[in-house]
Design a protein around this ligand. Structure first.
Ligand code: KG4
Ligand code: ZN
Length: 351
């Protein structure tokens, strides 16, 4: 018997991370395990959907066992199972969903499907000094880049976070742009953290790229990516000479500067548009050191507080799924069976 009121198992398999986590009372991580396919896909330059599904199928059971053993709980201790139901790759989502559903049915426990995007923002609130809603949510990942007004409260479930979409990318996501620029510079997938490292250590003169700024609170990163492609071709010249390290770092630094300025600029514009004074940032690109520094500084200058997800919860993990699942279960918003994979699931549209 455990001393916690509610223990949930969270499962994540939407893209290239197979993850499981045991979370107590919506906050305390008892144990987690993540098997990343990033190295596997590095040689492909990105995720191959069919292979991702197969890899998840091979990994899900050992990952769940590992998380349960680290947590030191038994299956009987679980009060429910939360699984990513979208958005993501269909074949990948189905692995987690079917595993979670079967386990929940076998154990006769409640089961809830979780929106991966909501989970990326929800998990930021596990940190001690996290702000109270309402706040602006900036989600920056490999698949999504979007701004939300995040509020709390429905009449029937006052603690449930609710999202209203304010703007999103009209083409590439920020992480996707990092990965594509990385490929051009010979950096294996996923390239974000490496380019961030290069940009941070670079002390020379960075390349300059124009800032992509579509109207309102939408983002665009494909123009920036194209500008980088063009410049790299130019630098390589007619003979297609490989770029030296200094030049590759100068390109990375210039790209990073343009990308993070765009993100910071739009996040602050969202605060202005909504009158909110806290911004919460989640998703893989929230781990970017340049963005963390720039947005924190620019926000403070305007009396706004920027709050970033803890580093360990920026990229895909199952703690975030269990955290969101806890809220949904508590609010009675679960479907005990028949949940489908929703590869194009949206968040906060039409709210
Ligand atoms: O949230 P995430 O793990 O998966 C999705 O839901 O998409 O985000 C992965 C993305 C990748 O594109 C990766 O290159 C990027 O996050 N990323 C970064 C950094 N760390 C990861 N991008 C910029 N700077 C970083 N430090
Ligand atoms: Zn994600």
């Amino acid at each position: 018997m455990s001393s916690y009121a509610t223990i949930l198992l969270g499962l994540e398999s939407s893209c290239d991370e197979t993850a499981a986590a045991v979370l107590a009372d919506g906050r305390r991580v008892l144990g987690q395990a993540i098997a990343s396919q990033a190295d596997f896909f590095a040689e492909f330059g990105g995720v191959v959907p069919e292979l991702a599904g197969r890899n998840h199928a091979a990994k899900i059971l050992p990952v769940v066992k590992e998380a349960m053993s680290r947590a030191g709980v038994t299956y009987a201790d679980l009060d429910g199972i939360a699984v990513t139901s979208g958005p993501g790759l269909t074949g990948a989502l189905l692995v987690g969903l079917n595993f979670g559903k079967a386990l929940a049915l076998g154990l006769n426990k409640p089961y809830v499907g979780v929106n991966h995007l909501a989970a990326h923002l929800q998990v930021t609130l596990l940190a001690e000094n996290a702000p109270e809603p309402p706040f602006v949510g900036l989600l920056v990942s490999g698949g999504h880049t979007a701004l939300y007004e995040v509020k709390q409260g429905l009449t029937d479930s006052p603690e449930l976070l609710r999202f209203r979409l304010l703007g999103e990318t009209i083409d590439d996501a920020a992480g996707e742009a990092y990965d594509k620029v990385g490929r051009m510079l010979g950096v294996p997938y996923p390239a974000g953290a490496i380019l961030d490292g290069w940009a941070n250590e670079f002390t020379g003169k960075a390349e300059t790229f124009t800032r992509p700024m579509p109207k309102g609170l939408d983002f665009s990163f494909s123009g920036l990516k194209t500008a980088v492609v063009r410049r790299v071709k130019e630098l390589k010249g007619k003979d297609n000479t490989p770029l030296d390290e200094q030049t590759r770092h100068a390109v990375a630094a210039g790209f990073q500067q343009a990308a993070i300025e765009t993100l910071a600029n739009k996040a602050l514009a969202a605060c202005k548009a909504t009158g909110l004074t806290d911004i919460v940032i989640g998703g893989g690109v929230a781990a970017n050191r340049g963005l963390r520094r720039l947005l924190t500084k620019q926000a403070a200058a305007q009396g706004i507080t920027a709050f970033f997800a803890p580093m360990e919860f920026c990229t895909d993990n199952a703690v975030m799924i269990a955290a969101r699942g806890y809220q949904l279960l508590k609010a009675g918003k679960f479907d005990p069976s028949g949940l489908e994979a929703s590869p194009n699931m949206e968040l906060g549209v039409g709210e």
